[in-house]
Design a protein around this ligand. Structure first.
Ligand code: NAD
Length: 309
């Protein structure tokens, strides 16, 4: 499939900027939508700023820029969602569902949605099967499930081209402050600056993870995937599991004087520990050829390389 123009909501964020670069390199024009006071991705055709809850603004954007596809990343993350559940519902659930209705009315598709492993309840600490029921334990997960359910309903009832990827922890040096899974990124940034860092989890805590580059590649590939090959609307993805101790050891190899310690947070440590170590992703591999390029060693090497410039 060739794609002339894509709208990326949250396009100025951690994943959005890198995804925009992939599309631009492939010859696809990118329209980014994000909050004011955020920086547009380099090379974007246009960047529209405002709030995702502003339906008039979004409708005008779709009328004026006529994207063929939408990758919807604008969202409150896990930590900031729990801090203000009503805002989280309005931004993550209601505004996303409004945007899907608008996209459908404009004949836009694929609509690719970034969901999360937090859409599942705990109880799958070792292994998450593909067809586990989604009973999220937090409001962030609940907002994502609401969008998934409505996307599937629109797909079934109206042929809307809804596609969803559920991400585990995303290992990234640009980890946003609002994500509870961002501590490995914060640790490496602290070490690079010569600052002390206390992991908010125990040394042996870890969960299923994808490296940033694999995440943006998966979004790119899912947007371009042949619809006939997709046997399900939503796919789980997995690459590797690592513990906070393994990450501290990697950091120490590069910065031997790094001051790293473990101060497990009473809420966060059990949360991360109870999320799965391994997420079954056989359907993604079979349907659209998903295969992660970065294991733990390759991810660590890439992160250290980025931090050292
Ligand atoms: N990073 C992870 O670990 C992870 C894991 C699973 C899923 N996701 C999902 O991936 C997507 C992108 O995450 P990210 O890591 O790039 O985070 P990010 O915070 O860098 O990106 C989210 C973007 O949404 C924008 N945004 C927030 N509220 C908005 C509003 N009201 N109106 C318009 N824009 C708004 C932010 O400005 C930001 O640029 C999100 O939907 C997130 O839920 C991320």
């Amino acid at each position: 499939m060739t794609l002339e123009r894509v709208l990326i909501t949250g396009g100025n964020g951690n994943l959005g900027r890198l995804l925009a670069a992939r599309f631009i390199a492939a010859g696809t024009q990118v329209i980014s939508f994000d909050l004011p006071d955020t920086a547009a991705p380099e090379g974007a055709l246009a960047c529209v700023t405002g709030d995702i809850r502003d339906t008039d603004l979004l409708r005008d954007l779709l009328d004026r820029h006529k994207p063929q596809a939408i990758v919807h990343l604008a969202s409150r993350l896990s930590g900031s969602s729990e801090a203000d559940p009503q805002a989280a519902w309005a931004i993550n659930a209601t505004a996303s569902i409004d945007l899907m209705h608008m996209a459908q009315a404009h004949g836009i598709g694929p609509f690719v949605f970034a969901s999360t492993i937090a859409s599942y309840d705990t109880g799958f600490a070792r292994h998450l099967p593909e067809d586990a029921a989604q009973w999220p334990a937090n409001v962030y997960g609940a907002t994502k499930v609401a969008v998934e359910r409505m996307g599937v309903w629109l797909k079934k009832s109206a042929g809307f081209d809804f596609r969803c990827l559920r991400f585990p922890m995303v290992l990234s040096p640009f980890a946003p402050p609002g994500a509870v899974t961002a501590y490995p990124g914060h640790a490496i940034n602290a070490a690079a600056k010569g600052e002390a860092f206390a992991f908010p989890v125990s040394a042996d805590t870890g969960m299923s993870t994808l490296y940033l580059e694999d995440v943006t590649r998966s979004l790119f590939e899912m947007t371009l995937a042949d619809a006939n090959r997709l046997t399900r609307p939503a796919y789980n993805l997995h690459s590797f599991h690592f513990t906070a101790q393994q990450w501290a050891d990697k950091i120490k190899q590069e910065w031997p004087d790094a001051q790293l310690s473990f101060a497990p947070d009473a809420k966060l440590d059990p949360l991360i520990r109870e999320w799965p170590d391994v997420v079954e992703d056989a359907s993604a591999r079979a349907d659209w050829g998903w295969s992660p390029s970065y294991d733990f060693e390759a991810s660590a090497a890439a992160m250290m390389g980025l931090m050292k410039g």
